[in-house]
Ligand binder design. Structure first.
Ligand code: CP3
Length: 350
């Protein structure tokens, strides 16, 4: 579904926007979550010289990293290089990126007092570097392909903020929600308000679509998902639905697909734990879907990758479909396998 209030911008390649609008296409568009990442030697060269948040905060670096995968593989959409954690950082929650650990917060938010210290920032001031990176990236892309902007879901950001780092269970975050629901909801609302202002400014700076990453949504049982995640995602979706098409990717949340397909999103990303047929059934065959190759399937030989990609397109159908992985690309994927993945889509015909 394409928002009625928005005129579709023209690009040399507009397959991604057409798929979001549900228009019929000769082949589905393709991009990869985390396509600007460590499997690329040119990314690793920049990574050797600059630490993670310097890469995020320097518009020239963020723009260069964003276009790297497009230059090499010509995906049908670019996604701005940044991180979901720049939002909590701007809210006075000082995240670091630690080697071998990932996101790390020396003093996690665990009490009402901690929540009170969290601010709703002026995004133009504290996240201006992101908007500058968007403008620069748009220049470098030269109207070749659309640019996707993104944010983490309030729940997924809460996961890191309360736990203090990544986790297999996020039990401290869940304990916080279940023992101090009021403080949890106050913090979720602050993240939501900041995210809305942030994404609105991203659209003004030039992104063509927005993707919300709820990477840890699947940690929650369905009722808890509604209370601690979906409720806030709906606020973000509804606030932005007239400004840009919004895509939701909630890993592990197959149980929420039906409700999501009844919301104002333009497309839904699905992970690899359900078949295309099941995903279509749960979403009533009425919305554009994105996904859902198991990221480790890119370790298969190129010939096999091509076969499973063609089957995936046959199973989803070529229309109302965006080819992608079911989560981010892994750092150990060979370049020739990525090439096979992209080529398989470009060679597709019915
Ligand atoms: O898709 C893209 O190419 C855009 C770039 C992007 C990054 N992070 C760059 C990044 C996007 C969309 C994200 C989103 C993000 N960040 C999510 C949601 C998507 C997902 O994968 O679930 C999450 C949960 C984060 C938080 C985060 N950032 C983690 C858990 C890590 C460490 C992961 C690891 O494998 O070490 C990061 C770091 C990060 N963000 C890297 C990249 C390319 C790798 C670290 C590095 O380059 O040094």
């Amino acid at each position: 579904m394409w928002p009625e209030t928005i005129k579709m911008k023209k690009y040399k390649n507009d397959l991604y926007l057409k798929a979001l609008a549900g228009e019929s296409v000769k082949r589905p568009p393709v991009w990869m979550m985390r396509q600007a990442g460590r499997y690329l030697p040119e990314f690793m060269a920049i990574r050797e010289k600059y630490d993670f948040f310097t890469r995020c905060r320097t518009p020239e670096l963020a723009a260069e990293i964003t276009v790297q995968p497009i230059r090499r593989f010509h995906m049908d959409a670019a996604i701005l290089f940044s991180d979901i954690l720049v939002v909590p950082q701007a809210m006075n929650i000082p995240f670091e990126m630690k080697a071998g650990i990932g996101p790390f917060l020396p003093q996690p938010v665990r009490s009402k007092k901690d929540v009170d210290k969290v601010i709703i920032p002026d995004v133009k001031e504290s996240l201006g570097y992101v908007f500058d990176a968007i403008k620069l990236t748009k220049e470098m892309l030269n109207d070749e392909v659309p640019l996707i902007g993104f944010a983490g879901s309030p729940w997924t950001i809460l996961c890191y903020t309360v736990q203090g780092q990544g986790s297999k269970t996020f039990e401290k975050t869940k304990e916080f929600c279940f023992t101090r629901p009021e403080a949890a909801h106050t913090l979720l609302q602050k993240i939501t308000d900041t995210t809305i202002a942030y994404l609105r400014e991203k659209v003004k700076s030039g992104v063509d679509a927005l993707q919300l990453f709820d990477s840890w949504g699947g940690m929650l049982a369905p009722d808890d998902y509604r209370e601690f995640s979906w409720k806030y995602l709906v606020q973000i979706i509804d606030a932005l639905k007239d400004e840009a098409p919004v895509v939701i990717f909630a890993k592990g949340c197959w149980y929420a697909l039906e409700e999501m397909s009844d919301s104002n999103v333009s497309a839904i990303g699905v992970d690899w734990t359900l078949t295309p047929q099941t995903a279509r059934k749960f979403t009533g065959n009425k919305i554009t879907l994105q996904g859902n190759l198991d990221p480790s399937r890119l370790l298969s030989p190129p010939k096999v990758i091509k076969e499973i990609v063609h089957k995936m397109i046959d199973d989803f159908g070529k229309d109302q479909y965006i080819v992608n992985l079911g989560h981010g690309i892994l750092p150990n994927i060979p370049l020739k396998n990525v090439q096979a993945f992209i080529d398989a889509v470009k060679e597709y015909h019915e």
